[in-house]
Design a protein around this ligand. Structure first.
Ligand code: ATP
Length: 368
């Protein structure tokens, strides 16, 4: 398996800059997920790496080889697409064997390879069937088999699960993760689904309008989002982001607090913020808890409560601001009533309203 490096890759379509100066280093054996909203440039980036689209600028390296201008069939990469693109007239065995045809292997060697891949993907009993006799999940496994049999330097996958229903998506997700673990394969995987990204990736690269916003492990991007965009993209319901002002808090031992309508969150020690500064205060719904009126940092009115079975989500309004609370059911909040909420201050986030970037701060309890 091989490392993939992307150096300053850009692609323009007329006036549209689909990919803008992207740098990525996908380590040997890593599962890197390219995540972002529709139109952010994920597929364009993957297609350039696959060799299906020439870049406007930049380089692609596989291992130590510069493959920027290598034709796709000579790149040691296997692509798995959203549409399975199987040959309808060929059996499963022949579909899987297809990439081996040009290699001049003996029939026996080919059969051995196909059988090994079929065993890995649990397709052994289906080898003589044709694609129309398979379920969606089985077809996607055949498409994976066709990529696996090539024994490539790395796998490129473009939303391979998006045609599957929710249950199959979850089981196929687990299969791909297990495959990655067992083979130690290098995988570059495109999705707009945050659950796929969080559960499968060793690292996530978040793309926004053709640029990389942040690269990090799932925990890093969730716990310390580098920008409001990343903060809002990950998490459901998304992070509460409230326009607020930093003020000195006489009742907080000379410390600071972040205030907005109905909001007064103590911020004990702040590194990059000063009194009077406008900030965006970010609080994940699961970091709010119901408390007494005296100790509340957020006060508002509950507008609706959603029952998710194990958990509840309460929607609240405080002045101009709306926010969500999420927690085990029952939360103790009811529509039409007052909400008094405490914040896990060590988990709150501050962003610069000018550019949306994360601001550094630290709670008093953490000594540096
Ligand atoms: P999705 O998740 O919807 O597939 P994506 O993140 O993969 O989106 P891309 O398909 O890479 O996004 O598209 C990035 C941008 O480039 C979009 O604005 C798209 O309209 C534009 N684009 C892509 N291909 C072309 C093309 N062939 N001609 C013109 N514009 C294009």
């Amino acid at each position: 398996m091989s490392r993939i490096r992307v150096e300053g890759l850009s692609r323009r379509f007329g006036q549209v800059v689909a990919v803008d100066d992207v740098w990525l280093d996908v380590a040997d054996g890593e599962f890197l997920v390219l995540l972002g909203p529709s139109g952010c440039g994920k597929s364009t980036l993957l297609r350039m790496i696959a060799g299906l689209l020439p870049p406007s600028e930049g380089r692609v390296l596989l291992g130590e080889a510069d493959i920027t201008h290598t034709p796709p069939q000579r790149r040691d990469l296997a692509m798995v697409f959203q549409s399975y693109a199987l040959y309808p007239h060929l059996t499963v065995a022949r579909n899987i064997a297809f990439p081996l045809r040009a290699r001049g292997l003996s029939k026996e060697a080919m059969r051995e390879k196909v059988n090994a891949v079929a065993k890995t993907l649990d397709l052994g009993g289906l080898l003589e069937r044709r694609p129309k006799e398979l379920s969606g999940g089985q077809r996607q496994r055949v498409a994976l088999g066709r990529a696996l049999v090539r024994d490539p330097g790395a796998f490129l996958m473009d939303e391979p699960l998006s045609n599957l229903d929710a249950k199959l998506r979850s089981s196929t997700r687990a299969e791909i993760t297990a495959l990655h673990r067992d083979l130690g394969a290098t995988v570059l995987y495109v999705t707009h689904d945050q659950v796929e990204a969080m559960t499968m990736a060793t690292r996530i690269a978040l793309l926004n309008e053709g640029r990389v916003e942040q690269v990090g492990t799932p925990s890093e991007v969730y716990d310390e989002p580098a920008s409001v965009f990343v903060a809002r993209f990950l998490g459901s319901p998304s992070m509460n982001v409230i326009e607020a002002t930093v003020q000195t808090a006489p009742d907080n031992g000379g410390g600071l607090s972040v205030r907005a309508g109905g909001v007064d969150v103590p911020l004990d020690v702040a590194a990059e913020v000063r009194p009077g500064q406008e900030v965006l205060l970010g609080i994940r719904p699961e970091h709010l808890t119901v408390t007494t009126p005296e100790t509340a940092a957020l006060r508002g009115t509950v507008t609706a409560v959603e029952n998710l079975g194990g958990e509840e989500i309460a929607h609240c309004q405080a002045g101009e601001n709306r926010f969500c609370v999420r927690g085990p059911r029952p939360l103790g909040l009811a529509a039409g009533q007052d909400a008094h909420l405490a914040v896990r201050t060590e988990r709150l986030h501050l962003f610069d309203p000018a550019d949306g970037r994360r601001l550094a701060w630290r709670p008093a309890s953490v000594t540096v």
